[in-house]
Design a protein around this ligand. Structure first.
Ligand SMILES: [Zn+2]
Ligand SMILES: [Zn+2]
Length: 399
């Protein structure tokens, strides 16, 4: 860090932009070091041998042993040059892989043809109640049948290429409904994703999340991921199948490991289970995990990739579900308004509006809402006038 001040005086000289940027990067690096220390201090939670996502798991209703995966082809106009995508193949491969590893007699998964909701896809109108209430409506519709709806469609430049959503009662860890999304925008616009095995891996991982699985730390399974696509194994591992079997239990039956169980057994009538969301005033909550479209190995790469790098203070956060929607996205989009404090790259002044997939009960876990008064260092990609999204969650650093 010493020495950077010597260059600051030459900012007005030809070619100074580079030096200016690098000295600012040095200051950014100082903020990042502090942020990294804080993060590592927080990251001391007990390592779970199981790659379970929080303590989420299914409690299957009586007489049900399988998850039903409904395949919904929401690509209204298939992109001809899309290599990965076929409405049957792209879903049946990962589902067969999971069926094999879970190893339930008669199969763990039934695949059915679903129908695409009118509000999903490029011609949707995601702004307003029709879209925002869609999770609730679908979750309620499928509450008696353990169902995962798989959607693929062009959801726009959202930052995520795949998304898994589980529905839980508001105070309980029993999954009763799930959704997966494959965003055709990325394979249609990026050679990185226009590859069958990569999209198969993304799909495999999203389905794994809906079983209640988190990421693994080694490249032994499609569940291997950091904050973006990495890894070469595109199928689940036997370990993944074992974890699914160990955490899933029948409604009313004692769970295999009660001490790790997050709450009562959901799905029954209210007398038996007053905590079920259907028996309460508040509706379900939706937790999401995303496979991010962009990844960066260093802050320098992130700096290069960003249109704008700023530090900013949240004026009007998204914690209270400021759902704005956006054309081409079939999921709720929330917006936070931040006051810029300092610009490190690009042209920006005044306020920035930051959009992310979120709203009305849906929270993507590594891209949570913004809280009023909080300060961030932000690596941003421009979506429109004064409107941005972070390049990926790594590009949002609390200060
Ligand atoms: Zn349970
Ligand atoms: Zn994931």
């Amino acid at each position: 860090m010493t020495g950077s001040s010597r260059h600051e005086k030459s900012c007005a000289a030809p070619g100074a932009t580079t030096r200016h940027a690098s000295s600012r990067l040095t200051r950014i690096a100082a903020s990042l070091a502090v942020a990294a220390l804080a993060a590592s201090a927080l990251n001391v939670s007990t390592a779970m041998a199981k790659n379970q996502w929080a303590d989420y798991h299914w409690s299957l209703p009586a007489n049900e042993t399988q998850l039903v995966i409904e395949v919904n082809d929401c690509q209204e106009e298939p992109v001809p040059e899309l290599n990965y995508w076929h409405p049957v193949d792209s879903f049946s491969g990962p589902n067969d892989d999971w069926d094999w590893e879970i190893g339930l007699a008669g199969g763990a998964i039934t695949i059915m043809n679903g129908s695409c909701p009118a509000n999903i896809g490029a011609f949707s109108d995601p702004i307003g109640a029709a879209n925002s209430g869609a999770f609730d409506t679908r979750a309620a519709e499928f509450v008696d049948t353990p169902t995962v709806n798989s959607f693929n469609g062009s959801f726009g430049n959202s930052g995520w290429v795949g998304l898994a959503i589980v529905a839980l009662p508001s105070n309980d860890s029993h999954i009763f409904y799930g959704e997966t999304y494959l965003n055709d925008y990325y394979p249609a616009n990026s050679t990185t994703y226009n590859q069958p095995l990569r999209m198969r891996k993304v799909q495999c991982q999203e389905i794994g999340h809906t079983f209640g699985l988190d990421h693994v730390k080694k490249d032994t399974s499609c569940m291997y991921s950091s904050r973006a696509f990495i890894g070469s194994v595109y199928t689940p591992s036997p370990h993944d199948g074992d974890v699914v079997n160990s955490i899933t239990h029948d409604d009313g039956a004692p769970p295999p490991t009660p001490e790790e169980d997050g709450g009562g057994d959901g799905g029954g009538p209210c007398a038996k289970n007053p905590n079920h969301w259907k028996c309460q005033a508040q509706g379900p909550v939706f937790r999401g995990k995303a496979t991010w479209a962009e990844r960066y190995d260093s802050q320098d790469e992130m700096f290069e990739a960003a249109d704008v790098v700023v530090s900013a203070t949240v004026l009007n956060g998204s914690m209270f579900d400021r759902v704005v929607g956006a054309p081409g996205r079939g999921l709720p989009v929330s917006q936070a308004v931040l006051q810029i404090r300092e610009v490190f790259k690009g042209k920006a002044n005044g306020v920035v509006r930051i959009e992310h997939t979120r709203g009305l009960g849906l929270e993507i876990e590594d891209d949570p809402g913004y809280v009023n008064g909080d300060d961030y260092l932000l690596f941003l990609r421009q979506l429109g006038a004064k409107t941005y999204r972070v390049v990926n969650p790594q590009g949002r650093i609390a200060q």
